[in-house]
Design a protein around this ligand. Structure first.
Ligand code: FES
Length: 593
């Protein structure tokens, strides 16, 4: 036997390491597991006795926003090694917002399951979660929360800003305007193609406060990443440095045993919601936060969003609610400066993955540029940027982003123009004979979690072309869909229960008067209860697109409604089963030989 074959561990495993169950034994399982590692080319001195840090990488060539993650994973790896751990990178399914059909939201829970089971099944002592594009971050947080192995998030950072016709673009926000310009004949197809080429100048997630930047921001608010990392531009070398630091910190988490359930507390969710409102973040984050809270058993309802909205003003001047991109927010001090501004609204004693409290993590002093990050005493918009509305049209709630709406439309009555589903909408919104006026309320149904399925971002219904050409730029729109974080307009979203689950949105008919009062939190169709009952008794039209096989069939059977976060019913809540504990998965036996 050669000296190399006789390799001994260079150090005894620190007490309590989960990976020791795999690698420390002198029995057959220990032999098999070490042998598998050595078959990968890892010597015993490299991994044995060291914290094993999983790098959960959502890199994929079909997810352009996460295309730089291979390099970022290398940086994490350096940090892990420098701190005395051993990194093992593993892939999961990834979700590319633009290429994946019918909608990434359909697959968020699938990715969360992949992440959870991968973390639990392998010998990781802690995990670094590399996510960026919209659904990848919530899916990783949901999975990591359920696995409850120590974890830290590293987001991919905002892409470099696109420049078109001398103007700096927010990819999503400006695109919606240009699409309307094309439809109204104000932009040529030649310019439109030039725009297409210019829209994505670098890797990284969308550079305004869309869903991806919102989720990155909320990761800081939840205390699940290192302070100051969310807004570092994707291509800035400081992001790679932050990746090294996250890798090193993951080793510390493994040794300390600080788990997601220690960080994701009621106070952490309050902080995240407050931050979401302070930056004018995406309504999609509401669904994701509800789902993540559900995974750790934190009771969170839509009402909490309404309450926190009532006291939290907009203090960040970033698109779509403001003028700048996330890169400018970074240069003004980043999310720590935002949190310093709203410090009096936060639970500053909440614990974070740094091992310190929010208060201990906060920087000294005000933001570098108060025209981008304002003090709480002089915000850019008053509180109530978001409202939760209920009524006979949304008994379990719906949401409206008031900060992105036309103020005069937030209290409005108008006759409904109903679209049965997206197919119906696409067939008719260009029709010059469509009976619609600027006062009409556009209604889209069959766009929720079960109905679409997957609750796509259809909630910013297009303004009918004949109105658009007369200069109408906004109308009240109501649906059981979501809306892109970069979109705007007076759009009531996430109506729950959805029409496909028997919700009253399915009972509205053309011409019914709908009354919205966002300030009073009301949304009603002014039809008698007796009439609604009679309509309910009538046979429902057959559901479109109802999947009958595979994952999609499971999804429509078991998905919860929007006010519950659209998680699966069998994944919500903290498991009381000891078999789900991170250490319980190891049964001490071996397979595969
Ligand atoms: Fe991936 Fe916007 S499309 S972050």
């Amino acid at each position: 036997m050669t000296a190399r074959e006789q390799q001994k561990p260079v150090q005894a495993p620190p007490p309590g390491l989960r990976s020791a169950k795999w690698f420390a034994g002198k029995d057959v399982p220990g032999f098999v597991h070490r042998s598998a590692m050595r078959a990968s080319g890892f010597s015993r001195m490299a991994f044995e006795g060291r914290p094993i840090v999983g790098i959960c990488n959502s890199w994929s060539e079909v997810v352009n926003c996460n295309m730089h993650f291979r390099g970022l994973a290398d940086s994490v790896r350096r940090g892990v090694l420098a701190a005395g751990g051993f990194p093992l990178e593993f892939p999961t399914i990834s979700l590319g917002e633009q290429l994946m059909k019918p909608t990434t939201m359909l697959f968020r829970n699938l990715m969360a399951m992949d992440v959870e089971e991968s973390i639990r099944a392998y010998p990781f002592d802690s995990v670094v979660l590399l996510g960026g594009c919209d659904k990848t971050v919530p899916a990783q947080l949901m999975g990591a929360a359920s696995a409850d192995v120590p974890a830290i998030v590293l987001t991919g950072g905002p892409a470099a800003p696109a420049v078109f016709a001398g103007k700096q673009l927010g990819v999503g926000t400006d695109l919606w305007e240009y699409i309307d310009d094309v439809r109204a004949g104000r932009m040529s197809m030649v310019d439109y193609e030039r725009l297409e080429a210019a829209a994505g100048p670098s890797r990284g997630h969308c550079p305004e406060m869309g869903t991806a930047s919102t989720m990155a921001t909320l990761v800081e608010g939840l205390g699940m990443t290192l302070p100051g990392t969310a807004a570092i531009p994707a291509m800035d070398s400081r992001r790679m440095q932050a990746a090294e630091e996250c890798g090193a910190r993951a080793v510390g988490l493994a040794l300390e045993g600080l788990r997601p359930s220690d960080v994701l507390t009621t106070e952490a969710f309050d902080n995240a919601i407050t931050l979401m409102l302070a930056v004018g973040g995406s309504t999609n984050a509401i669904v994701h936060l509800l789902a993540i809270a559900g995974r750790v058993g934190v009771p969170l309802s839509l009402d909490r969003f309404h309450e926190i909205s009532a006291r939290t003003p907009l203090v960040v001047n970033v698109r779509p609610a403001g003028q700048h991109l996330v890169e400018q927010v970074f240069h003004a001090g980043g999310i720590p400066a935002v949190m310093r501004s709203i410090e009096s609204l936060l639970h500053v004693d909440a614990r974070t993955v740094t091992g310190k409290t929010v208060s201990e993590n906060l920087p000294a002093g005000a933001a570098a540029d108060t025209s981008i990050i304002a003090p709480l005493s002089s915000p850019f918009q008053p509180a109530q940027g978001l409202a939760v509305v209920r009524g006979n049209l949304a008994p379990l709630g719906a949401v409206i982003k008031c900060s992105a709406a036309t103020p005069e439309l937030l209290v409005h009555r108008g006759p409904a123009v109903v679209f049965e589903n997206m197919k119906d909408l696409l067939a008719r919104f260009d029709d010059p004979d469509l009976e619609v006026t600027p006062d009409s309320v556009l209604v889209l149904r069959s766009a929720g979690p079960r109905g679409a399925p997957g609750m796509p971002e259809w909630g910013q219904l297009p303004i009918p072309t004949k109105l658009l050409k007369t200069g109408v730029t906004d109308m009240v729109r109501i649906s059981d869909a979501r809306m892109s974080g970069t979109a705007y307009g007076t759009c009531v979203l996430h109506v729950s229960p959805e029409s496909a689950a028997g919700g009253p949105l399915g009972l509205v008919r053309d011409g019914d008067v709908i009354a919205l009062d966002a300030f009073a939190g009301k949304l009603d169709v002014l039809v008698s209860e007796a009439e609604l009952e009679a309509r309910r008794a009538a046979p429902a039209p057959p559901a479109l697109n109802r999947p009958v096989r595979g994952y999609a069939a499971l999804y429509v059977d078991r998905v919860l409604q929007a006010h519950q976060g659209c998680d699966f019913d069998f994944l919500a809540g903290r498991s009381q089963n000891p078999a789900d504990e991170p250490d319980a998965v190891f049964d001490g036996w071996v397979g595969g030989w």
